[in-house]
Design a protein around this ligand. Structure first.
Ligand SMILES: [Zn+2]
Length: 345
């Protein structure tokens, strides 16, 4: 096992009834238009003095906003973030810059952004994870989560399903002796990651029905996955080609739900890894997770796949099946598979 100096923790997670929750400190609220609308009646106990809408994780936009937010700093004592993945992720960066603590209230469970202590910044065509801050706490109110369509919560499975392809890439890199010093292969960590994934798959009936048990299953799997990565030292056990595919396609298709695109990435990447992709396909179709984000076309997928081998090298991404992939060699078969997954059998 590799040596790490520090094992960080996940934020404290509290299950609350927001309608009776009180915060007397002066709150700077980070949110998005839809999230704010649906959550407003839940936030009456907060002493909100400023509302700031987050709609981008682009470096230039973040930098511009930081100056504006700093000018507001004397008016506020604490930050709250209410919304989905991008709001949670970018709010961590802002709160960090303001040197204020942050409480996150997810309105949807669509990724692991509210659990990790870094922010995925979009810069120069790729996603770079910059240390930001760990939320002081995450408040979960199932009555608030219930207001969000199940389709959006289901996408939260994506960052757990990514273990499937993430592990395969980790093993491949190990076999090919491509691992760097901070990503030594660990049989036990791989086994634990596999178990977290299996723990999600086994709850497929509750997840499909969108029951509280189902939402808790997604949430718990995400918590365990982040906790395991914290214990290991980085996200190698859950991040591989499926995420690299997602980062690359973002340059052509800027708006989609992270978990939905990662799920598509899991299907295409597991096919290329010669893994049993049907295992993931069966889960996705059974629970009804939309793995074809709106606007995704065969041409976009093929263009992304063509670019990926050079993309992963250019951005120094961890070794994956895409490093030695050649669309020239397997183009016909791959296109047939892509057509099948996109429903154009
Ligand atoms: Zn992710």
């Amino acid at each position: 096992m590799k040596k790490i100096n520090k094992i960080t923790n996940i934020p404290e997670i509290e299950y609350v009834n927001l309608k009776v929750f009180k915060e007397n400190k002066r709150v700077l609220l980070f949110t998005g238009p839809t999230a704010y609308k649906s959550s407003k009646s839940f936030l009456k106990g907060l002493n909100i003095v400023e509302v700031f809408h987050i709609d981008s994780s682009k470096k230039e936009i973040i930098n511009k906003n930081i100056d504006f937010l700093i000018s507001k700093k004397s008016k506020v004592d604490i930050c709250f973030a209410v919304g989905g993945g991008i709001v949670a992720d970018v709010a961590k960066m802002y709160a960090h810059e303001l040197n204020l603590s942050l409480v996150i209230i997810p309105t949807l469970i669509s990724s692991d952004a509210f659990l990790v202590d870094c922010t995925g910044i979009r810069y120069n065509g790729c996603v770079k994870y910059i240390p930001s801050l760990r939320a002081k706490s995450v408040l979960i109110d199932f009555n608030l989560l219930k207001k969000t369509p199940l389709r959006l919560h289901l996408s939260g499975c994506g960052d757990v399903l990514s273990i499937y392809t993430g592990l395969s890439d980790w093993k491949l890199a190990n076999r090919k002796e491509k691992l760097k010093a901070d990503e030594t292969y660990s049989v036990s960590v791989a086994k634990m990651a596999e178990t977290i994934l299996e723990g999600l798959l086994i709850e497929k009936d509750e997840i499909k029905k969108g029951t509280r048990k189902g939402l808790e299953a997604i949430l718990r799997a995400l918590i365990m996955e982040v906790q395991l990565c914290n214990t290991y030292g980085n996200s190698r056990p859950e991040e591989g080609g499926e995420h690299f595919f997602t980062y690359c396609i973002e340059n052509y298709m800027p708006h989609f739900l992270h978990g939905e695109m990662v799920s598509f990435g899991v299907l295409i990447t597991s096919y290329l890894q010669k893994e049993t992709w049907r295992k993931m396909y069966n889960f996705l179709t059974y629970v009804g997770l939309n793995y074809i984000p709106k606007g995704l076309t065969e041409e976009l997928v093929m263009k992304t796949l063509k670019e990926l081998p050079s993309y992963v090298k250019k951005h120094h991404l961890r070794y994956s099946v895409y490093n030695d992939f050649s669309l020239k060699k397997d183009g016909v078969k791959v296109r047939k598979f892509v057509k099948f997954i996109l429903g154009k059998k």
